[in-house]
Design a binder for this molecule. Structure first.
Ligand code: FES
Length: 185
């Protein structure tokens, strides 16, 4: 009887230890799998230097590509174009940044200098020079845009070494087709 109890206890101890070791070995694996997914949301939230302030003329939108690393689940792409933005220098050192991604269905918006407006060629969406939707009755066709151009967080910073002023932008993507600007998850 005592022998039988000892065997049962030994079996129980062995199984518990085996399960414990298995769980310990799984933790790094699970962290490895989950970590990139958790990091992805913070990757794009950094402020990137995009242009020198002196390269911008007052009230003339200029397009720029946003370069940076992109983490696609487990693959890191070190330097590629993440998107495009327009920078517009307003009064003094104030700069406004818009994403060039159309809020309708995501095509690339262009600036038509001769008409002083932004235009999306996919479905003839028209924004004025401030990025607001131009009413359909002013155009003579249905402007399909659900909202104005999406603003990006931007700032003018001074380089510590050279003293030059740079424009930094926090690049983000936003959901298409909504009346409000809502960041994608
Ligand atoms: S995607 Fe720009 S108007 Fe449709």
């Amino acid at each position: 009887m005592i022998e039988q109890t000892r065997r049962v206890w030994l079996k129980f101890t062995c199984r518990t230890l085996t399960l414990g070791y298995a769980a310990l070995m799984l933790i790094p694996g699970v962290r490895f799998l989950v970590d990139p997914l958790m990091r992805r949301s913070t990757q794009n939230s950094e402020a990137r230097r995009v242009a020198r302030l002196d390269d911008l003329q007052p009230n003339v939108p200029r397009p720029f590509a946003i370069k940076g690393s992109r983490l696609d689940a487990w693959t890191l792409y070190p330097e590629e174009t993440l998107g495009r933005v327009f920078l517009v220098r307003r009064d003094g050192d104030t700069v406004e940044a818009f994403t060039a991604e159309c809020p309708h269905l995501g095509c690339v918006i262009e600036f038509q200098e001769d008409q002083d407006r932004f235009f999306c060629p996919c479905h003839r969406g028209v924004f004025d020079a401030e990025g607001a939707v131009v009413p359909s009755d002013q155009l003579g066709w249905n402007n399909p845009l659900p909202r104005g151009m999406d603003h990006l967080e931007c700032e003018v910073v001074e380089d510590d070494d050279s003293g030059e002023k740079w424009v930094t932008v926090v690049f983000e993507r936003f959901q298409h087709g909504l009346a409000q600007q809502v960041a994608t998850a």
